[in-house]
Design a protein around this ligand. Structure first.
Ligand SMILES: [Zn+2]
Length: 316
């Protein structure tokens, strides 16, 4: 863990407008969506680490309905505006994702790449999330049967008789993709940090949905991922600010040793969740602030952020 730098900064391209102020606030990094040339330039000028959030399994379902995973009833799953996850048997989409990653790592030298939506389908930033088992398209069922040697043809048969194997298979499938993308990054950019945005739930919450629905198994992902970033969006998820601290303190129960946890907080919850993060017995290894521009466009908030970062950096 010693060689994984502690990076502190905002997430979101709108925050980049304030990049030249960052060093004065103790901010040493910024995260932004995909390989954004102007964001790289601004980070270089400010002397801070440029980190890319790279979209893995997320697509516009209205434009590409073939990517919508199939639910237990044989129909495309229900979804809202912010759904993540796709059917993993659509080779054109997998090729497209890989080409985008390759183009980025060939053209830029980010300090880190955080894989986003390296997960099964659904949406977890909700007080009462709509969790649906998936994907039961013919391709995904065949992949399950071929990989596990289990002979099962229907969603009911799979869930009634092979739930544990099905969940395990889905987690291993996501982890294999994670390993493949990590290998692409490491072969082009040795030294580039690899992070993953995570469903913030413990393995027991919502009936094991972390693995059963989102197919994110920390132990399986650990060989590929240097640092894990659970999304602590308190207001959106209907939680209390103490959730930030609770997640950090529970993490050693399910995150493999040697893999630091770095929270991403939401500016909407500022500063309460930040204060709870600082109060945690187990520190966050650096910090991201989603919608960080909200903090930096208000000098009073920026001053609170800077003072709190200073405290975090002193304690850790
Ligand atoms: Zn499928």
């Amino acid at each position: 863990m010693a060689d994984i730098p502690k990076l502190y900064g905002p997430y979101g391209s709108a925050a980049i407008a304030y990049a030249e102020q960052f060093p004065a606030y103790g901010v040493n990094a910024a995260w932004f969506h995909m390989f954004d040339e102007s964001a790289f330039d601004a980070c270089a000028q400010a002397g801070i680490a440029a980190c890319v959030e790279f979209k893995i399994f997320r697509a516009d379902f209205a434009q590409h309905p073939d990517l919508i995973p199939i639910g237990v009833d044989g129909q495309p799953i229900r979804y809202g505006r912010l759904v993540q996850g796709v059917c993993l048997s659509k080779q054109w989409f997998l090729d497209y994702t890989e080409e985008n990653l390759l183009a980025g790592v060939r053209a830029y030298q980010p300090a880190g790449i955080w894989l986003d939506y390296l997960a099964g389908a659904g949406w977890f930033e909700e007080p009462e999330p709509d969790l649906q088992e998936h994907c039961f398209c013919p391709g995904c069922i065949a992949d399950f049967c071929d990989t596990t040697g289990i002979d099962a043809a229907t969603p009911a048969e799979i869930l009634d008789r092979h739930q544990a194997a099905w969940t395990r298979h889905k987690c291993e499938r996501i982890a294999r993709f994670g390993a493949h993308y990590a290998q692409i990054i490491r072969s082009h950019l040795p030294g580039c940090l690899i992070g993953a945005y995570m469903c913030p739930w413990t393995p027991d919450e919502f009936g094991g949905a972390l693995t059963r629905i989102f197919a994110q198994d920390y132990a399986l992902l650990a060989p590929s991922i240097d640092i894990f970033t659970p999304l602590i969006y308190v207001t959106k998820s209907g939680r209390s600010p103490a959730w930030a601290r609770a997640v950090l303190e529970a993490a050693p129960n399910f995150v493999p040793a040697g893999h630091p946890v770095q929270l991403i907080l939401d500016a909407l919850d500022f500063p309460a969740s930040l204060h709870e993060t600082v109060a945690s017995v187990i520190p966050s290894h650096g910090l991201q602030m989603f919608s960080g521009a909200e903090i930096f466009r208000d000098p009073a908030k920026a001053a609170i952020f800077a003072a709190t970062l200073e405290k975090m950096q002193r304690n850790s």
